[in-house]
Design a protein around this ligand. Sequence first.
Ligand code: RIB
Length: 296
Amino acid sequence: MKLAVVGSINMDMTVTAERIPGKGETLRGDSVSSIPGGKGANQAVAMAKLGAEVEMFGCVGDDGNGETLLENLKRAGVKTDHIRVLKGVPTGIAMITVAENDNTIVVVPGANGKVDRGYADSIREELAQYDMVVLQHEIPLDTVYYLVELCHGMGIPVVLNPAPAAAMPEKIVEMVTYLTPNEHEAVLIFGEGQKTEEMLRKYPEKLVITQGSRGVVTCLKNGEILCVPARKSAVVDTTGAGDTLNGAFCVRICAGDDIRAALTYANTAAGLSTEKFGAQSGMPSAAEVGRELQRR
Ligand code: RIB
């Protein structure tokens, strides 16, 4: 099973505070850390921790953050041979506030913004060797859509996690194998006023909507609406929980699980990931998820 992620690689500058500050408010924080992140890199690390063979594709800058992040991916067991190091461009940075069992994130894309069609063309032959290509919205949308079309043309299954939120052409929804928005992202894609159930019924076993602490929902091919409730967790930091869910889901689908089993597994992995600080540090191994599933 071989998975490719084309996406963002960020350094997360994470501040913890008692609560999320309001508009115009200055608040005293408790701690500040710089830790590896980026939705693409997080999903690749989640997959590697679960034992998958995974390659990360994208760009970093020729700065200290870029170096640290490449090293971090390698240490996690993620292949990095085709990541471009761009001269004179800063590596992507995310400013994160962690508080109240939640977070806020502002991303400055830097090198992630340079993942363009030219880069996509340069990795096309590589991608053809993978069983699944996984994408998010933290590289230019033009490139995301180009990659969806490219993979669709080559018959490679694509999972698109449309985060951060953006509207999406219907033909892209049609071309992806799985689309995994949260509720807010789903509204932007399918329009306001549509009930979750209506959206799900339109795309059975393709559309998977994550609902945070409530869990995840999809519609099975037999018309049943499947709700997989979230695991009850002693939450320390929810950053990267969605990435863990996406990574684990892709790994289990590639391993041949049906969607119910894959989502149950992914939800458990995501719940476990929230019990440690940082996007990647709490991501569980396959053995940890296995133990937790047995315990339940
Ligand atoms: O999904 C969490 C990630 O979003 C963080 O690691 C941050 O880098 C942002 O990209």
